[in-house]
Design a protein around this ligand. Structure first.
Ligand SMILES: NC(=O)c1ccc[n+]([C@@H]2O[C@H](COP(=O)([O-])OP(=O)(O)OC[C@H]3O[C@@H](n4cnc5c(N)ncnc54)[C@H](OP(=O)(O)O)[C@@H]3O)[C@@H](O)[C@H]2O)c1
Length: 326
C-alpha cells in the first residue's frame, strides 16, 4: 500500500463481535490502521477470525479492555483519530440482574469509553453503534408517519415491558450525547435495525442465533418481534465508515433496509428456501404498525441491500459453517 492510501488510525471496541468484525474487515480493506479492543486478546476461539482478515497482520492490533474497568480503553484509544464504539451487551434476557448484566456495561461502559476519548488529543470523531430500538419502543406515535431520528423510545414503557436491552441502548445513547455535548466531542450515532448476514465469528452472537432459530423452525423470538426492520451487515459496516468519513454528517442516523411483519418475512424466506422448516404463520400480536424513515442516511449516498440479498448471504454462510443444510 502506498503512503497515499494511508487512512489514519481508528479504534473499534468489542472487536470480536458480529458487527465489529465486519466493520474491521471493511476498515482494513479501506486502508485504516485498526486497534480493536477485546476482553481477552489471547482467546483464539474468539479472535482467530480477525487475524485471517486481509491486512490484519500489517494493520490490526488487539488490546485488552473491559467496559466495566475504569480507564481500561485509554491505551487503545490514545493516538487514534476515530473511535467506533460497538461494545455493548446484546442479550435476549439477563440471567438474574438486568442492571449489572446489561444496563451498567452499556451506559457506564459508554461513558468509560468516552472519558478515554476525551483524554486523546488526536481524536476527530466518535461513531457510536446505537440501535433502531432506541426510537421505536413507544406507544404514542402516528403509524402513518414513518419514525425518524427525532423519535426516542419511552423509558417507562421499556421498564414496564422489561425490555432491558432497548432501555440500555436508549440510556447509553442519551448519556453519550450529553457527555459529548458537554465535552465538545464530535459524536455521530448509527441506529441499525436487526442485522442480518454472514457471521465472521464462528460462534453466533445472540441475533445471528435468532436467525438460525427461525430458519430451523423456531417461532418464539420472531413471534415476539412482530414487526421489524432488517439490514445487511455489510451495509451496517459501510454506513459506519461513511458516517466517520463524511464531514457533513451530524447527529443520529437510522440504518435499515425494510420493515416487515413476521408473516411477510416468513413468506419471503419460504419462497427462497422451500426445503427449510421456516414457520408458515405467527400468532397475531398487538404490535403497532411503523415504518422507518431512512432518508437521512440515503441522503449521504447510502444504498441498502434487499431482505432477499441479506438472507441469501446469511443462509449461504450458515450452510458453509455447517449450521444448516439446504
Ligand atoms: N445485531 C444486531 O441486530 C444489532 C442491531 C442494532 C444494533 N446493534 C449493536 O451493535 C453492537 C454490536 O452488537 P453485535 O450484534 O455485534 O453483538 P455481539 O457479537 O454480541 O457483540 C457485542 C460485543 O460487545 C462486547 N462486550 C459486551 N460486554 C462487554 C464488556 N463488559 N466489556 C467489553 N466488551 C463487552 C462483546 O465482547 P465479548 O466478545 O467479549 O463478549 C462483543 O464483542 C451493539 O452495540 C449492539 O447493540 C446490533
Amino acid at each position: 500500500m502506498s503512503e497515499l492510501d494511508y487512512k489514519g488510525k481508528v479504534c473499534v471496541t468489542g472487536a470480536a463481535g458480529f458487527v465489529a468484525s465486519w466493520l474491521i474487515k471493511r476498515l482494513l480493506l479501506s486502508g485504516y490502521h485498526v486497534t480493536g479492543t477485546v476482553r481477552d486478546p489471547g482467546d483464539n476461539g474468539k479472535v482467530g477470525h480477525l487475524w485471517k482478515l486481509a491486512g490484519a497482520k500489517e494493520r490490526l492490533r488487539l488490546v485488552k479492555a473491559d467496559l466495566m474497568v475504569e480507564g481500561s480503553f485509554d491505551a487503545a484509544i490514545m493516538g487514534c483519530h476515530g473511535v467506533f464504539h460497538t461494545a455493548s451487551p446484546v442479550l435476549g434476557l439477563p440471567k438474574s440482574d438486568p442492571k449489572s448484566e446489561i444496563l451498567q456495561p452499556a451506559i457506564d461502559g459508554t461513558l468509560n469509553v468516552l472519558r478515554s476519548c476525551k483524554k486523546n488529543p488526536s481524536l476527530k470523531r466518535v461513531v457510536l453503534t446505537s440501535s433502531s430500538s432506541t426510537i421505536r419502543a413507544r406507544d404514542d406515535f402516528d403509524p402513518h408517519v414513518p419514525l425518524d431520528e427525532s423519535s426516542w423510545s419511552c423509558e417507562e414503557l421499556c421498564e414496564r415491558l422489561k425490555i432491558w436491552y432497548v432501555l440500555s441502548k436508549t440510556l447509553a445513547e442519551k448519556a453519550a450525547w450529553k457527555f459529548c455535548e458537554e465535552n465538545k466531542i464530535d459524536l455521530i450515532t448509527i441506529l441499525p435495525s436487526f442485522v442480518v448476514g454472514p457471521s465472521l465469528p464462528p460462534l453466533l452472537c445472540s441475533t445471528a442465533s435468532d436467525i438460525l432459530g427461525l430458519l430451523k423452525g423456531e417461532t418464539e423470538k420472531f413471534q415476539w418481534h412482530g414487526r421489524m426492520g432488517y439490514v445487511h451487515i455489510d451495509d451496517v459496516a459501510s454506513s459506519h465508515i461513511l458516517l466517520y468519513e463524511n464531514e457533513s454528517a451530524k447527529g443520529r442516523y437510522i440504518c435499515s433496509s425494510r420493515v416487515v411483519d413476521n408473516d411477510e418475512l416468513a413468506a419471503i424466506l419460504l419462497a427462497q428456501y422451500p426445503t427449510l422448516p421456516i414457520p408458515k404463520r405467527f400468532e397475531k400480536l398487538e404490535r403497532a404498525y411503523y415504518e422507518l424513515d431512512v432518508s437521512k442516511l440515503r441522503g449521504l449516498g447510502m444504498k441498502f441491500r434487499s431482505i432477499e440479498e441479506m438472507f441469501d448471504d446469511c443462509v449461504q454462510s450458515l450452510t458453509k459453517q455447517g449450521y444448516i443444510s439446504l
